[in-house]
Design a protein around this ligand. Structure first.
Ligand SMILES: Nc1nc2c(c(=O)[nH]1)N[C@H]1C(S)=C(S)[C@@H](COP(=O)(O)OP(=O)(O)OC[C@H]3O[C@@H](n4cnc5c(=O)[nH]c(N)nc54)[C@H](O)[C@@H]3O)O[C@H]1N2
Ligand SMILES: Nc1nc2c(c(=O)[nH]1)N[C@H]1C(S)=C(S)[C@@H](COP(=O)(O)OP(=O)(O)OC[C@H]3O[C@@H](n4cnc5c(=O)[nH]c(N)nc54)[C@H](O)[C@@H]3O)O[C@H]1N2
Ligand code: SF4
Ligand SMILES: [Mo]
Length: 758
């Protein structure tokens, strides 16, 4: 942290301490905390209960927040919420610690040093917003609306990436949760079944008899609902098959673990189909009624026997055959869970098509204990003039009614700059593909960037290229709660109030039981922070978009929307924070109508759309590049108490897991002369380095790969607990392979070696 920054934070720290009744300063001296220790929080005054939606990860569990005297004290799961069902994961419980992080951004700031130096001066909201508006108008006048890119994720992304972007007229709005996460899965699903998988993976857990996971690690991927569902399923005797190069937490709890060679899953999936079809184990009635192209698929997989796949996947042919039989034995109450983070090797849409085809062979779609049909809740949007741009930035929470594959045109007639038309077939705007145009100006210049709740230098591969883009841009606006690495590169920084301190857009969730949930403030915004909806509106009005921001207050906005379902904020509160609607989950609910909105009205095992585009109409196994001698493939994933790169500095979560480790196969570690607990530096195939990171020598990973938890190794001095702890997977991902169907960035094509010093 520079001297200037320290100066500022000390000043605002004292100011805010007094604003909170001196709480934080007294706590530091042990004054109030000694007193408070005697009375438990629930006896310290009147308890105020408010409803909310957890923002500690993108899963959006419903919460109930209890506060006393304007201070949040405890967060519980909302028992009426279909996602939390009264429970939360560790990160959800830590929401208060996240909000009370003393390193939070505290006031609007304008840059005084060079980009990247992190030198700012505090300014008023009026000055920060006037400056931002003037700069983006300047860009529009010189280059057009399209020249402003807007990235967003996390909580209030709707206000910027969806609403502001479409009103303003830029098709270059993107979410990391699309092309760096789930777009191959959802594009595969749209091609195959006509609809995306959707935000909540539609596994009908209550009657499921056999679950297969392909590299999805429930438990480390700590999505609350999934952990509950998996535990309940196992208690009922549900069988579980886990395919993962690593003995993950869920592999440890499964019936079968297949330690597959990384990057070969499509070969395994083809062999499973070969067995199911060859041995007549598939659901012939379902396939006859609801699929198209079965004969072509059958002919295609005929040569891909378990004996063919065995040496490719490094699995036994007999294990491949046995697991195919186990899956089929339980059909239709047997599914391969469509994963979530599926941008792995660049051929990901094809792998996902193979997964979905197996679910069709098992007859699982629309069947009890299989895969239900998600339904969108009914509610109207707040009335607004027609958008200048329609179409979607995609991600987990695209606005109702949008299809993720439109190619929107800006008001000046230009299409998205992410190369959708020439590089890949479909998919929402690919965030990482907007970086190159910022540097090259091709196909047209992108000169401005708004980054809302996106961890630009930790979530997007090749961060050195992103820094180059940040140097080239005319204007960068960062809206965040923490002084993350990329914030140091912004011209203007707007500090947001945390999710416990603000109203937000309603959470409108497609689900088996569609539902709508309220996020309301439990406490006042801390320091000089403001909610995202307020910032979007103030900026909108300043750039001439007043017609889109007619609402006088957020309460009026929410009440107007809720009125379309005969509700209101007051009624929603009285109902316990959640309104649950009727779903249409099973085939029988469609009374003979097709639930599959594909051109054929059926599940398209053979994709005519892919064939027409010159791409493989049936899934094909393509070998991936092998690590060079002396290098390991770099795998990465989650830790149960952290979310991406945003919680490493959260006091209670930092205490639980302060730095990541590198999983190295015990025998390979020994051969390399490394012991458990040693620290190593990592260097990738292009010479990029990160670390030092502690070695975890373990039998739980194959010898050809290493694994680390994503989100560590940050270079952000303002995050005093997280700065420079552990190693960064992102810094070692200097390259990715673009998925030609979805625009997803396959990130597991990077290799590392271990160095004892640098
Ligand atoms: N190397 C690597 N890259 C990855 C992944 C990986 O595993 N490894 N995972 C990928 C996946 S699956 C996804 S979904 C994406 C996730 O990508 P991101 O969403 O970019 O990841 P986070 O690190 O959670 O970043 C959230 C940002 O929002 C800020 N923030 C938190 N709360 C608020 C708030 O209330 N308001 C505002 N304005 N900001 C807030 C945080 O400080 C942080 O800067 O990353 C993808 N990229
Ligand atoms: N605690 C926590 N939970 C989270 C999140 C978080 O940040 N923290 N983020 C949420 C989000 S947005 C997402 S997208 C999900 C992501 O959660 P998942 O979809 O479960 O994550 P992945 O990163 O795809 O899965 C990683 C697993 O894939 C394995 N793997 C690596 N290579 C291969 C391969 O070639 N083949 C196979 N079969 N397996 C392989 C790794 O060993 C690892 O166990 O997690 C969600 N849940
Ligand atoms: S899974 Fe955990 S962190 Fe994510 S929304 Fe639910 S409680 Fe919050
Ligand atoms: Mo994700």
């Amino acid at each position: 942290m520079s001297r200037v920054d320290l100066e500022i934070s000390r000043r605002s720290f004292l100011k805010s301490g007094f604003a909170l009744g001196g709480l934080s300063t007294l706590r530091g001296k042990g004054g109030l905390s000694r007193f408070a220790a005697r009375a438990p929080w629930y006896r310290q005054g009147e308890i105020k209960t408010t409803y909310g939606v957890c923002d500690m990860c993108p899963w959006k569990c419903g919460i109930v927040v209890h506060s006393v005297g304007g201070v949040a004290k405890k967060i519980d799961g909302n028992p009426l919420d279909p996602k939390s069902r009264g429970m939360l994961c560790a990160r959800g419980q830590a929401g208060i610690s996240f909000a009370e992080d003393p390193d939070r951004l505290r006031a609007p700031m304008v840059r005084t040093g060079d980009r990247g130096q992190g030198r700012f001066r505090e300014v008023s909201w009026t000055e920060a917003l006037d400056e931002s508006a003037a700069r983006i108008l300047e860009i529009r006048d010189r280059y057009g609306e399209e020249s402003l890119a807007i990235f967003g994720h996390t909580g209030g992304e709707f206000w910027f990436t969806d609403y502001f972007a479409q009103a303003w007229g830029t098709p270059n709005a993107a979410k990391p949760s699309s092309s760096l996460c789930l777009s191959p899965r959802d594009e595969a699903s749209i091609l195959t079944t006509g609809f995306p998988v959707g935000g909540h993976e539609p596994v009908d857990w209550s009657g499921l008899e056999c679950l297969t996971l392909i590299g999805s690690h429930i438990g480390e991927d700590a999505r609350n609902t999934l952990m509950q569902d998996f535990a309940d399923g196992r208690a009922r005797g549900m069988r579980a098959i886990v395919v993962d190069p690593r003995f993950s937490s869920v592999a440890a709890k499964a019936d079968v673990w297949l330690p597959i060679k990384p990057g070969t899953d499509t070969a395994l999936l083809l062999a499973w189909m070969n067995v199911m079809i060859g041995e007549g184990l598939y659901d012939a009635d379902f396939v006859d009624s609801w699929t198209e192209g079965f004969d072509r698929l059958a002919a295609h997989v005929a040569e891909f026997s378990p004996e063919w796949a065995g040496p490719i996947t490094d699995l036994d042919a007999s294990q491949i055959r046995d697991t195919a039989r186990l899956m089929a034995e339980h059909r239709p109450r047997s599914v391969i869970m469509p994963g979530r983070h599926v941008t792995w090797y660049g051929n990901d849409t094809q792998r996902m098509r193979a997964v979905l085809s197996i679910n069709a062979l098992l007859g699982a779609y629309g069947r009890e204990g299989g895969l239900y049909f998600n339904k969108e809740p009914y509610i109207e949007a707040y009335p607004h003039p027609p958008f200048a741009v329609t179409g979607s930035s995609g991600g987990c929470s695209a606005e109702p009614g949008e299809t993720s594959s439109e190619l929107p045109l800006g008001p000046t007639g230009k299409a998205r700059a992410d190369g959708a038309r020439k590089t890949f077939l479909r998919g929402p705007t690919a965030l990482q593909e907007l970086i190159a145009p910022m540097i090259s100006g091709d196909p047209y210049p992108i000169k401005g960037l708004i980054v809302y709740g996106t961890n630009l230098l930790n979530s997007v591969p090749n961060p050195e290229r992103t820094k180059q883009a940040l140097r080239e841009l005319d204007f960068v606006l960062a809206i965040d709660v923490l002084p993350q690495e990329h914030v140091a590169w912004a011209d203007v920084v707007l500090p947001e109030a945390s999710c416990l301190e603000r109203y937000d857009e309603l959470s409108v969730m497609s689900h088996k039981t569609p539902f709508i949930a309220l996020r309301e403030p439990a406490i006042e915004p801390m320091y000089d922070t403001k909610p995202g909806w307020w910032m979007a509106r103030e900026l909108g009005i300043r750039v001439g978009l007043d017609a889109f921001f007619r609402w006088e207050s957020i309460e009026e906005y929410l009440d107007k929307r809720l009125l379309s379902i005969s509700s209101s904020i007051e009624k929603l509160r009285a109902a316990g924070g959640v309104i649950v609607q009727q779903g249409k989950p099973y085939l029988s609910d469609f009374e003979g109508e097709s639930p599959f909105p594909t051109p054929s009205g059926k599940i398209e095992l053979y994709s005519a759309a892919l064939a027409e585009a010159g791409l493989d109409p049936l899934p094909v196994y393509e070998p991936v590049e092998e690590p060079p001698a002396g290098y390991y493939r770099l795998l990465y994933g989650r830790h149960p108490v952290h979310t991406f790169a945003k919680t490493q500095n959260t006091p209670v979560l930092n205490e639980l897991y302060p730095e990541n480790e590198l999983w190295v196969n015990a025998a390979s570690a020994r051969e390399g002369g490394w012991s458990d607990g040693d620290y190593a530096w990592l260097e990738n195939q292009d010479g990029a380095r990160s670390g030092p990171i502690r070695i975890k020598a373990t039998e739980r990973i194959r010898p050809d790969a290493v694994f680390m938890v994503h989100g560590f190794g940050q270079d952000a001095p303002g995050l005093r607990r997280a700065n420079r702890r552990g190693a960064s997977d992102t810094k070692l991902q200097t390259r990715y392979r673009l998925d030609p169907v979805s625009g997803g960035a396959g990130m597991r094509n990077n290799f590392v070696r271990l160095l004892s010093e640098v």
